[in-house]
Design a protein around this ligand. Structure first.
Ligand code: ZN
Length: 304
């Protein structure tokens, strides 16, 4: 029998899960929609049910030894407490206990961005780097800080909240209730909504940031301004982080990283102009699976 851990990444809209072998390789993977329930406690029960259902379809020859769960928001990885998630609506949930009670397996809880950073450091774009900032950009903008090879959460688990630092003198309202946050200008969602808010009635709205980037490349002036604002705000925030932390590497992940060099090229240029020329900027290797891979790696730490 091959020992394996069940790795689960719970997002606001999708749950990604896979079986992971002792070397961190994915054995089989599946994606399911995140159940929407009015009561956050029901959402958690539904997530546990779905994970257990998935686990029941264990491929032949696998013996489950632990579960690794990555969740968004404020998480205490030491205690397994999910302190708060805006997306999923929960507060102070002992997620580790909820899973342990139902599965009788050891459970490691990770914050999703930190899980992604572990995956990139272990077997992805940041392998061999000592000090890294992992920055997933999608619905929001997050960051996880790796210093001297260790993921740092801070005493209150708040390290890396780069999405809500002020960016570029903007007054754009943000989901967090404040205004002018990096996330309100440079997240994939913000790029889409800022563009759609500025186009004329005759122009077709876009479904996502990728379309804004394509229109910018084709000479659309509004698209170019919105995309330029996003790059400027990202570069300013990443450069500030680099000057505080002295990084080897910045790894860009999340949906926006699929833009590849269209995003990374201008970021490198702006960072160099701001004195961060020696800091490499690369795309994530694990793409949108980084959170799940990192969740599995922590499950292995627990199982060994
Ligand atoms: Zn904010």
């Amino acid at each position: 029998m091959l020992e394996a851990v069940l790795a689960v990444d719970v997002g606001g809209t999708r749950i990604k899960a896979h079986w992971q072998d002792p070397e961190g390789r994915l054995l089989s993977e599946w994606v399911i929609p995140t159940p929407a329930r009015d009561d956050p406690s029901d959402t958690i029960d539904a997530i546990v049910d779905l994970a257990i259902d998935g686990a029941r379809q264990t491929p032949a020859g696998i013996r489950p030894v632990a579960i690794g769960l990555a969740v968004p928001g404020l998480v205490d990885e030491r205690t397994g407490l999910a302190i708060h998630s805006e997306n999923l609506g929960w507060r102070d949930v002992d997620l580790a206990a909820r899973f342990r009670d139902r599965t009788q397996l050891p459970v490691a809880i990770s914050q999703d961005v930190r899980a992604g950073a572990r995956a990139e450091s272990y077997s992805g774009s940041a392998r061999g780097a000592s000090s890294t900032l992992f920055v997933p950009i999608g619905t929001g903008v997050g960051a996880a800080i790796v210093l001297d090879g260790v993921v740092r959460a801070g005493p209150n688990n708040r390290a890396g909240e780069i999405g809500h630092i002020p960016a570029g003198g903007s007054t754009q309202p943000c989901m967090c209730g404040r205004s002018g946050c990096l996330e309100s200008i440079a997240s994939a969602s913000a790029i889409r909504s800022r563009y759609n808010a500025r186009i004329r009635d005759a122009d077709a709205p876009v479904d996502g940031a990728a379309e804004v980037i394509a229109r910018a490349g084709a000479g659309d002036r509004v698209a170019a301004e919105v995309w330029g604002d996003a790059i400027d705000a990202l570069a300013a925030s990443l450069s500030a982080a680099d000057q505080i932390l002295d990084l080897d590497l910045i790894v860009i992940g999340g949906g926006l990283s699929l833009a590849g060099e269209t995003l990374l090229g201008p970021l490198r240029l702006h960072l160099a102009q701001r004195g961060s020329a020696s800091t490499a900027v690369v795309g994530a290797f694990h793409r949108d699976l980084a959170g799940a891979v990192g969740a599995g790696l922590r499950a292995w730490e627990l199982a060994r």
